[in-house]
Write a protein that binds this ligand. Structure first.
Ligand SMILES: NC(=O)c1ccc[n+]([C@@H]2O[C@H](COP(=O)([O-])OP(=O)(O)OC[C@H]3O[C@@H](n4cnc5c(N)ncnc54)[C@H](O)[C@@H]3O)[C@@H](O)[C@H]2O)c1
Length: 449
């Protein structure tokens, strides 16, 4: 099958590469010249486990190519996937200018070719508010184009597990009005659901809402745990034990119950806001989500507040080591990362920071530039630091050499924003330790401020 991917970012590159891996011919389009030139030179543009091998193999086998020429890509393809940004606009809604701009371009391309789109299927993979498929349809149709379908096929991949999620999805959602488009989409996805996971057909509006509903629910679960963690801190309970006690209930389940320093990333914050905005616009505000968003913003301050309290509100001249910058492990994505909020707050109070992230040292420079220094490894970040802050739960941070940490830090103090260390072990090793929603391990005799 012939596929065009319009927008070759996280979703576009993974989608294009995985479709090529199942034998399709895929041409990926992007209008960012720097990104395009890297991709055309076989240089991968994102960090995503397992992607590079597939990327190289499919380029080699000439099933995956990259271009800036939208027209030729569209003309040679049956399936046209829109994997374009839908950033948050000023009022919280999703900004549709990229999607509708490309829809208009498609209309013009089909119009110039005589107006018959020859049963091409335009698929919206971006996360978009309810009603967008109709807008895309109208934007193309107004160029007197006939014989095309617009399908909503939201993407549920997780950064860090994107290839795995794409190759073995829990489900595929296909929103369409026509039997023809549904059958063609099913044929395209058939290799990915051989184990029996469902392809769920629905109308386009329901498909569009499904994506927001899933993301907002997950954001709400995390936020509930964050609020619970703050409550535990006050009452002397341990949220980690509560998490285990709750998660063992099969009605609740174990995943997405880890408290921390607030959710970030390119999806949850903007998707929660977009759903709030749409719900208000339609006169049916989902109030739970309004609170979720407010609580999440506050949660990004929780660790800094613990730090300020420990240092009696004076961190001027203190130097902090930061482990982890990306919004979550296994990605170099810094969009809405809590680390940025936390580090900026520390700097504004006169402290300095040296950070290390296994993948995001470079991408973090976009937000943090030279305001901090970057180390080549986790232990390098500890030199002359007054305390260690854990901001992303990378696996490689979970079992470090605590002897080295203790030797390098000026004082053995850890502020663990992701609860990756065991408080009992911290006590045994004589660290002063603060987690989220757990009893702190307070300074021992030997560790003074
Ligand atoms: N990143 C995720 O984990 C994820 C998961 C599921 C859904 N989504 C959704 O998928 C969509 C894309 O997200 P992303 O993270 O891949 O975004 P991204 O910013 O990484 O990628 C978008 C790409 O589109 C390109 N682009 C913009 N305008 C273009 C145009 N006119 N022609 C060609 N290319 C153009 C950009 O240069 C960029 O490379 C968003 O709606 C997002 O909410 C993202």
């Amino acid at each position: 099958m012939k596929i065009a991917i319009i927008g070759t970012g996280y979703v576009g590159l993974v989608t294009g590469t995985c479709f090529a891996e199942t034998g399709n011919h895929v041409v990926c389009v992007d209008n960012n010249p720097e990104k395009l030139s890297k991709l055309q030179n076989k240089e991968i543009t994102i960090y995503e486990p397992g992607l590079e091998v597939l990327f190289q193999r499919n380029i080699q086998q000439k099933r995956l190519e990259f271009t800036g020429d939208l027209k030729s890509a569209v003309q040679s393809s049956e399936f046209i996937f829109l994997c374009l940004p839908t950033p948050q606009g000023e009022d919280g809604s999703a900004d549709l200018k990229y999607i509708l701009g490309v829809a208009d371009d498609l209309g013009k391309i089909f119009e110039t070719a005589g107006g018959d789109a020859q049963q091409k299927i335009i698929i919206n993979k971006s996360t978009v508010p309810v009603g967008t498929s109709k807008l895309v349809f109208e934007a193309i149709k107004k160029h007197n184009v006939k014989n095309f379908d617009v399908v909503s096929n939201p993407e549920f991949l997780r950064e860090g597990f994107a290839v795995e999620d794409f190759m073995k999805p829990d489900r595929i959602v296909i929103g369409t009005k026509t039997r023809y488009a549904a059958e063609r989409m099913k044929a395209l996805y058939e290799p990915f659901v051989r184990q029996g996971n469902p392809i769920i057909e629905m109308d386009t509006a329901s498909a569009e809402v499904t994506k927001y509903a899933a993301n907002a629910y997950l954001a709400m679960r995390i936020t509930y745990m964050n609020e619970l963690a703050n409550f535990c801190t006050k009452v002397g309970a341990d949220v980690d034990l509560i998490r285990k006690g709750m998660g063992s209930d099969s009605r609740i389940g174990k995943r997405f119950l880890f408290p921390g320093i607030g959710y970030g990333g390119s999806c949850f914050p903007k998707d929660v806001n977009a759903l709030i905005k749409t719900s208000i616009d339609f006169g049916s505000e989902i109030r739970l989500l309004t609170v979720v968003d407010q609580v999440n913003k506050k949660q990004k301050e929780v660790l800094v507040n613990k730090i300020l309290k420990y240092y009696d509100n004076n961190i001027k001249g203190k130097h902090f080591a930061v482990w982890g910058l990306a919004f979550k492990p296994n990605t170099d994505d810094m969009r809405e990362a809590p680390s940025v909020v936390i580090i900026k707050k520390l700097l504004s109070q006169g402290a300095s920071v040296t950070a290390y992230d296994p993948a995001a040292n470079e991408t973090a420079k976009f937000d943090l530039g030279t305001t901090i220094t970057y180390a080549d490894n986790e232990y390098g970040a500890l030199e002359n630091a007054d305390a260690l802050l854990v901001l992303t739960e990378w696996n490689e941070f979970r079992n470090p050499d605590f002897g080295i940490i203790k030797a390098k830090l000026k004082q053995p103090i850890i502020f663990d924003g992701r609860n990756i260390f065991d408080p009992a072990k911290m006590r045994e090793l004589k660290f002063t330790y603060f987690g989220i929603g757990r009893k702190p391990v307070l300074p021992t005799e030997g560790s003074k401020k």
